[in-house]
Design a protein around this ligand. Sequence first.
Ligand SMILES: Nc1ncnc2c1ncn2[C@@H]1O[C@H](COP(=O)(O)OP(=O)(O)OP(=O)(O)O)[C@@H](O)[C@H]1O
Ligand SMILES: [Mg+2]
Length: 258
Amino acid sequence: MRRKRKDDLVLLKEYKAKNLSQNKQSRKAELERFAEIGRAHAYLMHEIRRPLVTIGLLARSIHMRGKLDEEDSETIEKIIEMVKRSETELRDFMQLVEPSKGKREVVSVGSLLKSVYRALKPRAKDADVKLELRCDGDDEILVSCMQRNLRRAILNVAQNSVEAMAETGGSLALGCDMADSEAIIKVEDTGPGMDLEVVEKIFQPFFSTKKDGTGLGLSLARKIIQDHDGRMTVRSKPGKGTIVTIHLSIYEGEDKQG
Ligand SMILES: Nc1ncnc2c1ncn2[C@@H]1O[C@H](COP(=O)(O)OP(=O)(O)OP(=O)(O)O)[C@@H](O)[C@H]1O
Ligand SMILES: [Mg+2]
């Protein structure tokens, strides 16, 4: 119990430092939401990760004894593989929830979007979604970022669009632009859109309208964008579609960085 509270506090402190300019009321709501993520993190860390690691170790030791027939050996290999996959997923999740401490790299927004495009292509095809990459001259738009995290944030947003159009099909465009000293990333779909009351809740951790959704995709995406001192806005119209816009500071070279 003590540990959980400590984890929450670390997250809250970090969050507080970053959001001094927000108005009081929304800040309070945000802090509460952040504490919820902190609790989920502590829960996963202590209640899920530890037994998972133990299952992996036991399975490996049975496998190494080499006394199994072919069928059992294959079963144990499958268990080891699945445990490994779950551990990776969990590690990714915890990295996203913990205060970001990854190394920053300078990358082009275009390369990030291309990577998201490639990852989504098969799922978009299955869902009959026309996926488009609108990124002319993208290599000019550079950002200093924790690449893996930022890619994950954009992927979470775009994945929602594909999921929203899974039954109807539609179009999804990934675009980037530059205005003043900001990189602007746009994820635009022609899906069912959302009512205002849904839009108001989409950044709440664990809010989901999906049968199998964890409801963490967008809250984590926003946490990552905030860790990059950026912001994310959502515009949605029922029956028309949704546009998620991400604003990030452009990298202008060592000399100009603060
Ligand atoms: N492009 C979109 N079109 C329509 N609804 C959306 C869109 N993006 C998000 N939503 C709504 O916002 C909710 C929250 O999204 P979020 O990504 O946080 O969680 P999720 O997709 O439900 O679950 P997870 O991402 O964990 O699998 C979704 O359940 C959905 O109702
Ligand atoms: Mg999602």
